[in-house]
Design a protein around this ligand. Structure first.
Ligand code: SIN
Length: 485
């Protein structure tokens, strides 16, 4: 931490009502690259979470009443501060999460991009007028912020997942309480420090750090003062949280797990497909919800594609994210490594072939070797569960219909990717894939201007784009009568 240029970005207390709040006890935040304790952070309680919700509730009316242009100005100031402190924020992120510094810097810019996007969108919350049935009436539609928004965010994008929810909420005129993942609270707290410096008023942006996800989650999903709940994380937890929200009929957005297919058709530009796959599969050591999980390659190009992929994987450098030229950092913890081991070993036992990697760098380390397996089939657990690790798993297919059927044979529907140069095939496949996002000749689809989100059990609601703001707005219909002379 001595390497931080601005030491005051390292915060260790929860933040609500514009103030920092210690707790009776603390929890350790560790660096997955070496197990070092980086900080001891306030282990806030359910009572504290209620105080944060109360602060957000108190702040709501005044924030909602601010002209959109003023809210936008504050969001832009916050965005600028994120970019000014990009190096420090990236270092904090790498230390607590493990991703390489270059990727961490990219995440800060990505998160700041949501603040900018929604600052701009804040000014475009248009209503409607609708022709009325009679001439003494007018029908008017206005849009208003839903109220207090609560969010629970994951460890794989400790900055950007908060930025994209908070940016939309604040732009719409909502106030916000977030519980960041216990593994990565420092990025969230640094964002709170910068929100404060940007002049975001007390109570508008609040952060509760805690190891007691259940108790804090109960407050955020059950408190009547919370109007909307937004979650990014596993499908299993998302289902539970959605159930909890039902009691108070909250608006809910869920961005849950994926099982992305990456289809390579025989007319694809194979080098472009390799580049797209490397980005999609190995970003964040394979720990993203939109990471490729299943690689489906048409028989005719299977051998050539596999050979190219093996070469590309061979060039990846595994190491501590703070070191130079590292492509892949550690996995987040031992559970993550154990899960990858289990999926891999089961696939190998069922006949898949190991082409490279297949284990941790050393027995007790969190560094998992970039791995390629071939001969996978869709029934294996490695093809049905999120791997969340640097394992590329290849299956083959013969016909377009077979590829589409394989791709859709999952309960998930977040992101899918395919490579083809044939325009007819491009349209047919794009329309047939049951996914919320489809990368066509493109391995990276994330972008603040685009609607991020899934279908099926990958969740509902969209983040980013003009659609992202709608999730934080209520539609109100005004019927203006008595207009006759
Ligand atoms: C995620 O893993 O859920 C987010 C990935 C992204 O925004 O690109």
């Amino acid at each position: 931490m001595t390497k931080l240029t601005d030491q005051s970005l390292l915060k260790k207390a929860s933040y609500w009502q514009g103030e920092w709040h210690d707790a009776d006890n603390c929890f350790d935040v560790t660096n997955p690259a070496n197990g070092d304790v980086i900080a001891k952070v306030a282990n806030s309680s359910a009572d504290d979470a209620e105080k944060a919700v109360a602060a957000a509730h108190r702040a709501f009316n005044a924030w909602a009443a601010r002209p959109a242009a003023e809210r936008a100005e504050l969001l832009l100031r916050w965005q600028q501060l994120l970019l000014e402190h990009q190096d420090d924020l990236a270092l904090l992120l790498t230390l607590e999460q493990g991703k390489p510094l270059a990727e961490a810097k990219g995440e800060i810019a990505y998160g700041a991009g949501y603040l900018q996007w929604f600052a701009e969108e804040a000014k475009r919350v248009y209503g409607d007028t609708i022709p009325a049935k009679t001439d003494d009436q007018r029908i008017i539609v206005i849009k208003q912020p839903v109220g207090v928004v609560a969010a629970v965010t994951p460890w794989n994008f400790p900055n950007a997942m908060i930025a994209r929810k908070a940016a939309a909420a604040l732009a719409a005129g909502c106030t916000f309480v977030v519980k960041p993942a216990q593994l990565t609270p420092l990025s969230a707290l640094a964002m709170a420090e910068l929100a404060d410096r940007a002049g975001i008023p007390a109570g508008v942006f609040n952060v509760i750090t805690s190891t007691d996800a259940k108790a804090i989650g109960e407050v955020l999903t059950e408190d009547k003062r919370v109007a909307k709940f937004s979650f990014t994380g596993s499908t299993k937890i998302g289902k539970q949280l959605a159930k909890q929200c039902a009691g108070t009929v909250k608006r809910v957005s869920l961005e849950l797990g994926g099982n992305a297919p990456f289809i390579v058709f025989d007319d694809a530009d194979l080098d472009a497909a390799i580049d797209g796959l490397m980005a999609s599969k190995f970003r964040n050591a394979g720990q993203t919800c939109v990471c490729t999980n299943r690689i489906l390659v048409q028989q005719k190009v299977l051998a050539a594609f596999t050979e190219k992929l093996l070469k590309a994987i061979g060039k990846l450098k595994l190491g501590d994210g703070t070191a130079d030229n590292v492509d892949i950092g550690p996995l987040i913890n031992h559970d993550a490594c154990d899960k990858v081991d289990k999926l891999l070993n089961e696939a190998l036992a069922l006949g898949a072939k190991l082409q490279c990697g297949g284990k941790r760098q050393a027995a007790d380390s969190l560094f998992y070797l970039p791995t390629l397996i071939t001969g996978v089939n869709n029934d294996m657990a490695v093809a049905q569960q999120e791997i969340f690790g640097p394992v590329a798993a290849i299956q083959s297919f013969d016909t377009d219909a077979e590829a589409i059927a394989l791709a859709n044979a999952t309960d998930s529907g977040l992101a899918a990717y395919f490579y083809s140069r044939d325009i007819g095939r491009v349209w047919r496949v794009a329309e047939a894939l049951q996914y919320g996002m489809v990368g066509i000749n493109e391995g990276m689809v994330s972008n603040p201007a685009a609607p991020f989100g899934g279908v099926k059990q990958s969740g509902y609601g969209r983040e980013g784009s003009k659609y992202g703001l709608a999730d934080y707005l209520d539609i109100k219909y005004l019927c203006l009568g008595g207009l006759a002379d």
